[in-house]
Every structure is written in structure tokens, then in C-alpha cells.
Design a binder for this molecule. Structure first.
Ligand code: HEM
Length: 536
């Protein structure tokens, strides 16, 4: 196994022991009674019916009948691995988080996933990929729940059920299982045009990664770091794969998906077992924490926008190596529960309305998926530090809590836990603008096309060709002509060549755009990005 990671204080954070199971030499019931036979049910004579009193039969069948739990409502298909994160210490001036101080090693568990398909769907479909990392830090767990694309479809979490209903299967025939090739998806993204930027990333080769080992990861939202002195900066997190970013071609994806629907899962496990440990560098783009929360004219609270790396370099802060496959898929990859609110002192959230909604959703869904409020007691979710909370009882409670007064302060129990004013979690006292309560976005959120155009312009000719073919194939699967036409009008706002090429492939007239062709807005430097590719 992996050696227990070190901390600056020399303490060790070994994985907690698994629940009692597979001990002793003899087969037993779940209550520990040794069995003489497990192959024959207890019957009224060799040819008779099974007797109700056969407890072993009933326990064995009942347990089997209840083996499945609900799959995740999104990101159901995935695979995980264990590893180690080593911090360079380059972020130590920005954050007090101890796992980001120099040379600290922290155990991690990472789960990669597709978004749309069911648990048994193919790995190789065109989709966004999840990239979720649980750092078992010496100050409690930190979950960085990101994707392999740096932007998201929507700006406000209240639309998440809507985009997922539109992007998952049609409710009547439950097709397609796992691809964005259908009417409701294109209906949504052409009507909710903030989704156009994420959609063009999906239609690019990033939508069909070659391997989990060859994907970037992005925290997407802007986070706030706070250091010992209470000073803050805004950051975006990036994972950079050591092997570089590579994709399948569409034809390869079709073949691999047919021959081996487990293509990415197998690749991850085989690589680790062969000792070719997947590796990423974690980096941050750093922005001053100004009241406007913008950088180079880009709204840092808008999750449909990137900050180009040409304008804010990604500064490496640590390195992650995945070096151990799970022992049991269900216990680890299936039962792992990530949550953006699990933050160590030194990292805090911002007011990005997508992030804010996610803070509610994950805990809420896990209450159903993992049947009750005690899922942080499951081994894969347990922090590697002492826990002393005042949460009690509930389904699947494993702890035997002592004492009579689970509140503090109290005068009855000895040694009731103290709060830690020095090293406890820091809620950064960000000033909230004096503003009316309102259901409305900032005006800057109205720009839906400029960065989709920026992305298109930054592509090489062969990548542009792949994008054209992807839109043509996926839109070609729509039944409704009006939806194809509306999406073509969106493409016309991104780029005339993109629009006319897709229109031609679909056999439809080239439409006029619904609005002006996007300008790349923000800092003047933005308009310098792209355009540079020589013709073939
Ligand atoms: C699951 C990423 C937006 C709700 C996941 C997972 C990832 C992810 C990686 C899979 C975690 C795992 O492997 O267990 C993202 C990113 C988002 C985003 C990067 C935007 C930047 C949202 C929003 C909501 C949401 C806006 C809801 C308001 C969920 C839910 C799950 C999930 C309910 C299933 C969690 C579980 O069953 O444990 N997301 N997501 N996500 N996401 Fe998101």
C-alpha cells in the first residue's frame, strides 16, 4: 500500500481500518455463526418446498436483493483511484491551508466520470468528464469537485435540473443513453444561450478524451484563498496532466466504445497496476480580490467564462500521483461522496451563483443516494484526522457516542469539545453589497457568445474541422428542423464559417444570426488571442 503521508508536525494520517469483514477462516452468517452448508436450502424433504425457518437462505437472498443503491443523479458512470498530493509550497503566501505548505504530502482519492450516461454506459461518449478529488488533509477533507472543461452550461444553479432534464435521455423512450445527440439538448442550449460556450468545448476534441490520464481538470468557479495575515486573493484551480492533453478521433471513439465500453476505466486500472502512475500538476490562476471581482474585464463570478492563460498564467502549486487502484469498486468509487463545502481553513467560496447552489445540492442528494446522514463514516469518506462532532443517531450510525449532553458548552459531560479560535475554519468576512433582494443576473452575465468565439478562433484548422463534424453529427440526430435552425443561428453568432459549414452538412440554408457576431470583449489583449493558425 501507499506509505502514510507526513505532515509538518510529523503526525501520520493512515487510512482508517475497514469495517469488520472477511476475518477468520470459516464462512459465517452476518452474525458470526459458522455454517455447515451454503449450497442447499432447507427443505421439507429432498423434493419438498423451502422452509420459512431457513435463516441462512433468507439472509443470503435478502442481502443480495438489496445490493444496489441509487446511481448518482449525474456523473453515474465513473472510476476512481488513490494517490498522493505533494505540495510545492508555492501557494503558502496565499493560503494558510496546511496541505499547501512546502513538501506536505496528503493522501487523495480521485473519481473520474462522464456526466450523462447511466452507471453501465460507455466511457468513450462525447460528454464532459468529471474530475473530483478528495484530499484527506491534516485539517479535514478538501473536495475539489471539477470537470475536464473550464466552463459550465449555466450561470445559476436553479437551472441545473433543467439542463440535466434536457441533456439526459428523453423521458418517453430513454434514448439516447449517453450522448448529446437529441432534440431536448439542442433545444435547451439554443434557447439558453449561456450554454453555447460549454457546448463548443463539448463539440471539440475535449469531449472525447483519449484517457483519464490525459485530461486537464478545472475547479471552474473562482475560489477565495486567505493567508495567515487574513489577506485574500481570488483563484481558479487547474490540473495539468503530465502526459499532456490528448483526445480520441471520433472514429476511434466509436470503435473503442463498441469493442470496449470500459475503455477509460480499464486504461486507468491497467496503467496503475503496470506502475505507469498517472500524474498531474495542480496550479492556480491568481487574481486580486477587488470589490468588482473581475479580471481583464472578465466577470470572475460567471462560470461560463474562462480567464485565458495568456492573461493570467497558471502557477504550479503541487503534484498529484495516482498509485493505487481501489480494492473494492462499490466501497470506494461508488460510495465516495464529494462536497464543495468541505474546505480546509485557508480556502473559501465566492458568490458565483452556480457554486452557491452546488453547496446545497451534493449533501442533499447524498442523503438519498447513501441512505441517511452518516455517509462520512463510510471508510472512503472518513477524514484521516480525529472527528469530534455533535451529530448523533440516524440511519447507519456506526459510532457509539458516549456522554449525555451532545451540545456545548454543557456542565454534564467531561471534556466536551472546544471550538478552535486559532486554527479553525475561516469564514472570510467578505462585504456583501447593500442591494435589493432580487431574482436577476449581473449585466455582465448577458455576454454569451464572445468566449465561444474566442475558443473557436484559438483552434487549429484540423480542430475546427473536428468541431464542424461534431456539430453536424450531433445536430443531424435531431428530429425537429426548427431546433437545428435555431442552433445554426447561434453558430452564426460565433463564426460565419462554422455556421455555413454545419448548415451545408445538414442540408439547410445558412441563416442570418439572431444577433450580432460576437466580439471578443474585455481587455484589449483578449482580441489578440487566436487567429494565428497558418492554413494547411
Ligand atoms: C456530481 C462536477 C454543477 C449537482 C458531480 C460530480 C462532478 C461534478 C465531478 C461527480 C462526483 C463524483 O465523482 O462522485 C460539477 C461541476 C459543476 C457542477 C464542475 C459546475 C461547475 C452542478 C450543479 C449542481 C450539481 C450546478 C446542482 C445544483 C450534482 C449532483 C451530483 C453531482 C447532485 C451527484 C453527487 C452524488 O450523488 O454524490 N458534479 N458539477 N452539479 N453534481 Fe455536479
Amino acid at each position: 500500500g501507499t506509505p502514510a503521508p507526513k505532515s509538518p508536525t510529523g503526525a501520520s494520517y493512515a487510512t482508517p481500518p475497514a469495517a469488520n469483514a472477511q476475518q477468520g477462516a470459516y464462512l459465517t452468517t452476518s452474525a458470526g455463526t459458522r455454517l455447515r452448508d451454503t449450497d442447499h436450502s432447507l427443505k421439507a424433504g429432498p423434493r419438498g418446498p423451502i422452509l420459512m425457518q431457513d435463516h441462512h437462505f433468507r439472509e443470503k437472498i435478502t442481502h443480495f436483493d438489496h445490493e444496489r443503491i441509487p446511481e448518482r443523479v449525474v456523473h453515474a458512470r465513473g472510476a476512481g483511484a488513490h494517490g498522493v498530493f505533494t505540495s510545492y509550497g508555492t501557494a503558502s503566501a496565499l493560503t494558510r491551508a496546511r496541505f499547501l505548505q512546502k513538501d506536505v504530502e496528503t493522501q487523495v482519492f480521485v473519481r473520474f466520470s462522464t456526466v450523462l450516461g447511466s452507471r453501465g454506459s460507455a466511457d468513450t461518449v462525447r460528454d464532459t468528464r468529471g474530475f473530483a478529488t478528495k484530499f484527506y488533509t491534516e485539517e479535514g477533507n478538501f473536495d475539489l469537485v471539477g470537470n475536464n472543461m473550464p466552463v459550465f452550461f449555466i450561470q445559476d444553479a436553479i437551472k441545473f435540473p433543467d439542463i440535466v432534464h434536457a441533456a439526459k435521455w428523453h423521458p418517453d423512450r430513454e434514448i439516447p443513453q449517453a450522448q448529446s445527440a437529441h432534440d431536448t439538448f439542442w433545444d435547451f442550449v439554443s434557447l439558453h444561450t449561456e450554454a453555447q460556450h460549454h457546448t463548443i468545448w463539448n463539440m471539440s476534441d475535449r469531449g472525447i478524451p483519449r484517457s483519464y490520464r490525459m485530461m486537464e481538470g478545472f475547479g471552474v468557479h473562482t475560489f477565495r484563498l486567505v493567508n495567515e495575515a487574513g489577506e485574500t486573493v481570488l483563484v481558479k484551480f487547474h490540473w495539468k496532466p503530465k502526459l499532456g492533453v490528448h483526445s480520441l478521433t471520433w472514429e476511434e471513439a466509436q470503435l473503442a466504445g463498441g469493442v470496449d465500453p470500459d475503455f477509460h476505466r480499464r486504461d486507468l486500472y491497467d496503467a496503475i497496476e503496470a506502475g505507469a502512475f498517472p500524474e498531474w500538476e495542480l496550479g492556480v490562476q491568481v487574481f486580486p480580490d477587488t470589490p468588482e471581482e473581475t479580471f481583464a474585464g472578465i466577470d470572475l463570478l460567471d462560470p461560463t467564462k474562462i480567464v485565458p492563460e495568456e492573461l493570467a498564467e497558471v502557477q504550479p502549486i503541487g503534484r498529484m500521483v495516482l498509485n493505487r487502484t481501489p480494492t473494492n469498486f462499490f466501497a470506494e468509487s461508488e460510495q465516495v461522496a464529494f462536497h464543495l463545502g468541505q474546505l480546509p481553513p485557508g480556502i473559501d467560496v465566492t458568490n458565483d451563483p452556480l457554486l452557491q447552489g452546488r453547496l446545497f445540492s451534493y449533501l442533499d442528494t447524498q442523503l438519498t443516494r447513501l441512505a441517511g446522514p452518516n455517509f462520512n463514516q463510510i471508510p472512503i469518506n472518513r477524514p484521516h484526522v480525529p472527528v469530534n462532532d455533535m451529530l448523533r443517531d440516524g440511519f447507519h450510525q456506526q459510532a457509539v457516542h458516549a456522554g449525555v449532553a451532545p451540545y456545548r458548552p454543557n456542565s454534564l459531560d467531561e471534556g466536551n469539545p472546544s471550538v478552535d479560535k486559532k486554527d479553525g475554519f475561516v469564514d472570510v468576512p467578505v462585504r456583501i453589497a447593500e442591494a435589493p433582494k432580487i431574482r436577476q443576473n449581473p449585466v455582465s452575465f448577458d455576454d454569451h457568445f464572445s468566449q465561444a468565439r474566442l475558443f473557436w478562433l484559438s483552434m487549429s484548422p484540423v480542430e475546427q474541422e473536428h468541431i464542424i463534424r461534431a456539430y453536424s453529427f450531433e445536430l443531424g440526430k435531431c428530429y425537429e428542423q426548427a431546433i437545428k435552425e435555431r442552433q445554426l443561428r447561434c453558430l452564426a453568432r460565433i463564426d460565419p464559417v462554422l455556421c455555413s459549414s454545419v448548415a451545408e452538412a445538414l442540408g439547410l440554408p445558412v441563416p442570418a444570426p439572431d444577433g450580432p457576431i460576437a466580439e471578443v470583449t474585455g481587455s484589449p489583449a483578449l482580441s489578440q488571442i487566436g487567429h494565428e493558425w497558418p492554413a494547411d
